[in-house]
Design a binder for this molecule. Structure first.
Ligand code: SAM
Ligand code: SF4
Length: 329
């Protein structure tokens, strides 16, 4: 699958549910209305869709959400998709999770062939954690991380940098990730969906985060790439990677290799644009995958060059109206 700008699409991110057990302030409104369960693709349909993408050249699959581990029986989907790892068709099967369910699932994930996971964690302070997630329990996430480590999963922590909320915790995050052997990536808040709050208040450019970190740590630039939008440094004192995802201050679209599928079978060719393709209809239209494959090819032809996010006081509306939890972060 090659798009009109010559980029090969080899990475599919799948939001397996828009639901979540937390309500992070940058991600969701407190009283989120979730999709009716009847609109969701079944796990079998998700498997068929993902497997078709693998047949068409996808080498990396990431399950996300919402919180992927709160979807009932999601492990059966993961264990089934793992067959593509065994055949060599897929290089990596992974997930992004808030970690609350990891104590329960870490062993099964590792046994299925998952090698590394991204865990979102914005602070190590229990009170701040509760404020950011609106009701989360930090201990549950730390226990989940411990279980994941024990199961042998490599862990990368994702931290959304927010002005005031956690800007004073970032040194602790670097130090703790160093002790734990976790890589760490900082993310800027992106204007996705209504959230009950003012994004200009939350937004913290990573140029400032990096400048503050460099007062304490030696961050050496590296060429390390995961095919994603992060630019990585190595922290000399801890030996761990510290990455920066800067959608707002640095446009990373030129090397974009990914598309995103929602739990209702809608394919977004760009996180920051509204254009989408309905894959549920061709999926259900026939037992043959022909109509689905044609719809996928047609959508890749429409993959846009990039996003045009902007957060400023004049433009205090989300760039796209859907939440990250729908498209899959
Ligand atoms: N629930 C899982 C989790 O939190 O890791 C997976 C889904 S979550 C939507 C994926 C990632 O998106 C998380 O790291 C979260 O911090 C990030 N995220 C959510 N909303 C965001 C926003 N508006 N701007 C930047 N990152 C966001
Ligand atoms: Fe849930 Fe992840 Fe969004 Fe937080 S960032 S509300 S954990 S989906």
């Amino acid at each position: 699958m090659i798009d009109p700008f010559g980029r090969e699409v080899t990475y599919l991110r799948v939001s397996v549910t828009d639901r979540c057990d937390l309500r992070c302030v940058y991600c969701m409104a407190e009283d989120m209305v979730f999709l009716p369960k009847r609109d969701l693709l079944t796990l079998e349909e998700l498997d068929r869709l993902c497997s078709t993408f693998v047949d068409l050249g996808v080498r990396k699959l990431r399950l996300t959400g919402g919180e992927p581990l709160v979807r009932r029986d999601v492990m059966s989907l993961i264990e089934s998709l793992a067959r593509h790892l065994k055949t060599g068709a897929l290089d990596e099967l992974t997930l992004t999770t808030n970690g609350t369910q990891l104590a329960k699932f870490a062993d099964r994930l590792a046994n299925a062939g998952v090698k590394r996971i991204n865990v979102s964690l914005d602070t190590l302070n229990p009170d701040t954690f509760r404020k950011i997630t609106r009701w989360g329990d930090l201990d549950k996430v730390l226990a989940g991380l411990e279980a994941a480590k024990k199961a042998g999963l490599a862990i990368k922590i994702n931290t959304v940098a927010m002005r005031d909320a956690n800007e004073h915790d970032i040194n602790d995050m670097v130090s703790w990730c160093g002790d734990q052997g976790f890589d760490l990536t900082f993310i800027e808040t992106m204007p996705l969906g209504d959230i009950d709050g003012d994004r200009t208040e939350q937004y913290m450019p990573l140029s400032i985060v990096r400048a503050n970190l460099q007062k304490e740590w030696t961050l050496e630039d590296t060429d390390y790439q995961t095919g994603g939008p992060a630019r990585y440094t190595v922290c000399k004192e801890t030996g761990q990677r510290v990455g920066f995802i800067t959608p707002m201050t640095h446009n990373f679209c030129e090397s974009c290799n990914r598309v995103r599928l929602t739990c209702t079978g809608t394919l977004y060719m760009c996180l920051g644009q509204d254009d989408a393709a309905d894959l549920r209809t061709p999926l259900r239209q026939s037992e043959s995958n022909e109509p689905l494959i044609a719809a996928i090819h047609e959508s890749i032809e429409r993959k846009p060059k990039g996003h045009d996010f902007i957060i400023d006081r004049r433009n205090n509306r989300p760039a796209v109206s859907r939440h990250m939890s729908v498209t899959g972060g």
